[in-house]
Design a protein around this ligand. Structure first.
Ligand SMILES: NC(=O)c1ccc[n+]([C@@H]2O[C@H](COP(=O)([O-])OP(=O)(O)OC[C@H]3O[C@@H](n4cnc5c(N)ncnc54)[C@H](OP(=O)(O)O)[C@@H]3O)[C@@H](O)[C@H]2O)c1
Length: 284
């Protein structure tokens, strides 16, 4: 496993396991499989409804807590200082842990400055080892970085070969924020796993298109958290540290970038209405 040192000195695995859309019922088995396969970082969120299962799996795995790196995220319905503070306590309980390695603001909506203050407080108390954000595109990220005490350590945004976030990446670098990808396979959209460029490059190294795509992100200084419920794919997705894409491969994959979201753009008013609406109606 390779690690990145975050802006506060905390070491984070460059590759972890994401549990979005993994039901609470199957999540414990999945996380146990992932830890068994060698994953040491798990990415969950209050809104995924599976923090308890992640916590149980971490306990049952027998792996010492300090070897694991768990990320969770404050949902919009918990935005604001008081609600966020209570939600950090709730996440700690559900995850059955004394501390959380990385806590992110899930979406840049609602009183996220209040949320961030609650996270800064918990960070200073040692309950959160690192704090950061998710879905903060350059406008919101720069604003936040300018007015908070603790610079976000991580920004998790949609990032895959078709939406590489090259401009956002430059601004994250400028402010010392680690870029983390969500949806490294674009959830399989656009025939991701049979993409000819990824497939052909992968064949040269005896790797799949999935492995080639992850390798491309890792070599672009992007942390990845692929999701799968299948043990063999967990192993495959982790087996990406024994080959290196050359400059020509990197350029060919760089050229797949369409610079647009395959899901929803945070600059689109309809997206903002959809997500803020969910934040109001979906209490977690
Ligand atoms: N912050 C945010 O707003 C946000 C948003 C979305 C996601 N995330 C995080 O990012 C993580 C990853 O993103 P994601 O879950 O949306 O999608 P993803 O990792 O891009 O794609 C997951 C899909 O790829 C399939 N898959 C995985 N490995 C494969 C392989 N080697 N070969 C073929 N198919 C494979 C999975 O199927 P099977 O499961 O059937 O194998 C699943 O359908 C999430 O789990 C979550 O932790 C965060």
């Amino acid at each position: 496993m390779e690690y990145v040192t975050l802006n506060n000195g905390v070491k984070m695995p460059m590759l972890g396991y994401g549990v979005y859309q993994v039901t609470n019922d199957e999540c414990e088995r999945c996380v146990l499989d992932a830890i068994g396969a060698g994953y040491r970082a798990i990415d969950t969120a209050q809104a995924y409804g599976n923090e308890e299962a992640v916590g149980s799996a971490m306990k049952k795995s027998g792996v010492p807590r300090e070897e694991l790196f768990v990320t969770t995220k404050v949902w919009i319905s918990n935005a604001g200082y008081e609600a966020a503070k209570a939600s950090i306590e709730a996440s700690l309980k559900k995850l059955q842990t004394e501390y959380i390695d990385l806590m992110l603001i899930h979406q840049p909506f609602g009183d996220y400055y209040g949320t961030y203050r609650a996270m800064e407080e918990a960070y200073k108390a040692g309950v959160l080892r690192a704090i950061g954000v998710s879905n903060f595109y350059p406008d919101r990220l720069i604003d936040l970085c300018q007015f908070v005490e603790v610079t976000p350590a991580v920004n998790q945004v949609e990032t895959h070969v078709f939406q590489q976030q090259q401009t956002a990446h430059e601004y994250m670098k400028k402010y010392g924020v680690q870029h983390e990808s969500w949806g490294p396979f674009a959830e399989g959209r656009k025939d991701f796993f049979t993409n000819p460029v990824l497939t052909e490059i992968g064949e040269k190294y005896g790797k799949s298109s999935a492995q080639t795509a992850l390798r491309f992100l890792l070599q672009s200084d992007v942390v990845v958290i692929p999701k799968t419920t299948h043990r063999d794919r967990m192993e495959q997705n982790l087996d990406v540290f024994d080959f290196t894409l050359n400059d020509e491969d990197m350029a060919a994959i760089r050229a797949l970038d369409e610079g647009e979201s395959l899901f929803f753009s945070h600059y689109d008013p309809a997206t903002v209405e959809m997500l803020t609406g969910m934040g109001k109606t979906r209490k977690v």
